[in-house]
Design a protein around this ligand. Structure first.
Ligand SMILES: C[S@@+](CC[C@H](N)C(=O)[O-])C[C@H]1O[C@@H](n2cnc3c(N)ncnc32)[C@H](O)[C@@H]1O
Length: 317
């Protein structure tokens, strides 16, 4: 990179749906273009227009009123505005993956670690009410009191095909076929347990926002990286990013095309990376595997997801 100076144009990275392009000009004015995987979705790229949300403020939306996000007149409460934006951002992500979901039959969607289920209700509302899709949605969480609260609300809303269950992701064996798995802010390796379930179902779409990626923190060990790993805060951030890089590569290896996207602005939450994986080949498996193992071994890591999915990965793992 030091051989290059960035071109003096307002945006040095050009985002398109197919790829991100960066224009580089060397000191001898040789121009080259660096091509990377796309980081923006269709909805990101429409930012020049006035921001329109999928769920608009002004009209009362029953589930948002019930969840205390907007008033009965449809005004979003100031203290809930970030949540309102997050819900809309999530729905934009769902809108973007609609073409990857089966269109000829009812959908089955599981939300692992649904918690208070703001996003689960939003997902159901968007698909069942706005898109008029036939579907069943299951929200699963460890917390019985939260699940009871969500079940009561679903009944009150007459969301007849939205069910909430108490349980651990790793033990959930109720369904044989699932089209989309959502897992938002499930802690540490709970995300990996959800990814494993999704892959074994052959889900067409996976949307996952990881959080609290602690697993690699206690594993990473690389003398070359001592200047970074010797600082706790840097080690923690690096371990979280490396975990998600590893997850993406493993998903690619198991038959998905995986992108890491910005979920919500950094100013609102540091938990802002969304793993979006859709069924399809990500390329040469032998190459992917050698990239993965080189990175894993360099870090001295032994990731949960690789161990859980050993039978789905190339020999020798
Ligand atoms: C931070 S909350 C996120 C809630 C919701 N998905 C959201 O994004 O607003 C994480 C939730 O994951 C649940 N959870 C963590 N590990 C789990 C597991 N192994 N099985 C089921 N739920 C789990 C927790 O109980 C908690 O409600």
């Amino acid at each position: 990179m030091d051989r290059y100076v960035r071109e003096r144009i307002p945006a040095s990275v050009i985002h398109t749906l197919e790829a991100d392009y960066q224009v580089l000009i060397s000191k001898k004015y040789k121009v080259s273009i660096l091509t990377k995987s796309p980081t923006k979705t269709k909805s990101d790229l429409s930012h020049n227009r006035k921001k329109t949300y999928i769920l608009e403020e002004g009209e009362p939306i029953a589930f948002l009123v019930e969840l205390g996000i907007m008033s009965e007149e449809g005004k979003v409460f100031a203290r809930k505005y970030d949540k309102f934006k997050q819900i809309n951002r999530f729905l934009e992500m769902v809108e973007d993956v609609l073409p990857h979901l089966p269109a000829d039959r009812p959908l089955t969607i599981v939300d692992f670690g649904c918690g208070k289920s703001y996003l689960t209700f939003a997902l159901y509302h968007y698909l069942a009410v706005k898109q008029r899709r036939q579907l069943q949605v299951v929200g699963l969480d460890l917390k019985a009191d939260v699940i009871e609260h969500c079940s009561i609300l679903a009944q009150k809303m007459h969301y007849d095909h939205l069910r909430f269950l108490v349980g651990d992701i790793a033990d959930y064996n109720e369904l044989d076929q699932v089209d989309m798995v959502v897992t938002l802010h499930a802690c540490d390796t709970a995300t990996d347990a959800a990814l494993e379930k999704a892959v074994r179902w052959g889900a067409s779409v996976i949307l996952s926002v990881p959080c609290c990626q602690h697993e690699l923190f206690s594993q990473v060990d690389s003398p070359v990286m001592e200047p970074l790993l010797s600082h706790g805060i840097l080690k923690e951030r690096f371990s979280a990013l490396a975990t998600d890089g590893i997850r993406a590569k493993l998903l690619d290896l198991m038959g998905y095309r995986t992108q890491l996207l910005e979920f919500i602005d950094m100013e609102h939450t540091p938990k802002n990376i969304l793993i979006r994986a859709v069924k399809g080949s990500a390329g040469d498996r032998a190459k992917l595997w050698s990239e993965y193992t080189a990175f894993r071994d360099f870090l001295n890591a032994s990731p949960y997801l690789e161990k859980a999915c050993k039978d789905l990965l190339p020999e020798g793992s």
